[in-house]
Design a binder for this molecule. Structure first.
Ligand code: PLP
Length: 377
């Protein structure tokens, strides 16, 4: 059976140019970038060329890009080190962030490292910018606002330009988790005031276990862990040159093809939505109706015997999608995001997330399968 992959918000496959780049580096380069001989210098060039590609794409300086193992590590660095090194006393965030933020905030609260305040979110996952401004205007603490650019489950986008202006006006730091938006939304840190920003290569057709953090030069932190002083001392450990060069190739391709890919995603999303609305009974869409990622369609289905096992039945029929959220053991959990936006628990939600590698024909096949598994009109 040819399987159809509609779980691109969870991870993406390596695209051909990334594979080619990684295979060439794996075949020809084994040096340690810290070595001063020929092989080391070659490896160092790979790392620094990769850093330049990412810095250029974000309009950052190369000194502001640090390679990490992914967005989880980058987000932990931003939250924990800003408290320890920059005197942050309070973090303002939202209850629908990714677990790598929420669990770090839980740790921060439990250990009395800083205060944490969660903004309210509405039923589409929007925060209230007035609530944030009101809060900022009244607080006398040293604050960092930490809000994701786009939500990984429902696709709702926060206006990071507006957030960055607010943070600038009230002289507070601004951290944003851009794991879902790198290569989907243009981000220019020379224009908008961002203190920390995180990315993960496998969300934009790069390798897993490779990511980066942008740290604005005005709020440089100290290392989270200690070692051989790689990454200018901020993130020690011998560089993963294969992952880093694969990530840079994926990043370059994502930025260069952003508009074309977004257009394909949006066409697929709109077509899928239209067919579902026309042919399936009583479906509801989760997330924003105005500011949403072009590739995420979170759909909730009315309760029925068949719908109970929908994820499993989709898989049996060759469709790979995702329910609310999956923990590392692969077990389906209740989604904290759906709970916070007031999603009725008796309904079953499936997140379909598309990419430019999908086709309209695959959506037709999905609709045929859904018509067997869910109530139709
Ligand atoms: N932040 C968001 C919004 C995500 O979607 C993810 C991945 O699911 C992460 C952070 C964590 O990324 P990684 O597991 O690659 O560290």
């Amino acid at each position: 059976m040819k399987r159809i992959y509609f779980d691109n918000a969870s991870t993406t496959p390596l695209i051909e140019e990334v594979k080619a780049q990684m295979i060439s580096i794996i075949s020809d380069n084994f040096g340690n970038p810290s070595s001063i001989h020929h092989f080391g210098r070659q490896a160092k060039i790979i790392v620094e060329d990769s850093r330049s590609i990412i810095a250029k794409g974000l309009c950052a300086s190369t000194g502001e890009i640090f390679f990490t193992s992914g967005a989880t590590e980058s987000n932990n660095m931003a939250l924990l080190c800003s408290i320890r090194d920059l005197g942050i006393q309070k973090i303002i965030s939202s209850p629908i962030e990714h677990h790598c933020i929420l669990h770090t905030l839980e740790y921060i609260q439990k250990n009395n490292l800083a205060e944490v305040h969660f903004l309210k979110v509405d039923h589409q996952g929007h925060i209230d910018y007035n609530e944030l401004e009101n809060y900022l205007s009244k607080s006398d603490k040293k604050i960092m606002v930490s809000l994701m650019h786009a939500n990984n489950e429902i696709g709702t986008i926060h206006d990071i330009e507006k957030l960055s202006h607010l943070c600038k006006d009230y002289k507070v730091l601004f951290h944003t988790d851009t794991a879902q938006t790198i290569g989907k939304k243009a981000i220019d840190v020379s224009e908008i005031n961002i203190s920390f920003l995180s990315g993960s290569a496998h969300k934009f057709f790069g390798p897993k276990g490779s990511g980066f953090v942008y740290i604005n030069l005005n709020n440089m932190i100290k290392p989270l862990f200690h070692g051989g002083d790689q990454e200018r001392g901020i993130r020690s450990g011998t560089e993963n040159i294969y992952g880093i060069s694969g990530m840079a190739a994926a990043f370059k391709s994502a930025v260069e093809n952003m508009n074309a890919r977004n257009e394909i995603n949006l066409k697929l999303r709109n077509y899928c939505l239209q067919r579902m609305q026309d042919e399936l009974s009583d479906i509801a869409i989760n997330g924003s109706t105005t500011d949403y990622l072009s590739n995420i369609l979170s759909v909730s289905f009315p309760p029925s015997d068949k719908v109970d096992m929908l994820m499993m039945n989709l898989d049996i029929n060759g469709i790979c999608a995702s329910s609310g959220s999956a923990c590392s053991s692969g077990v389906e959990n209740d989604s904290h995001v759906l709970n916070f936006i007031g999603h009725p628990p008796e309904r079953k939600t499936i997140r379909f997330s598309f990419s430019h590698l999908n086709s309209k024909l695959e959506i037709d096949q999905l609709i045929d399968v859904l018509k067997k598994l869910t109530p139709i009109k």
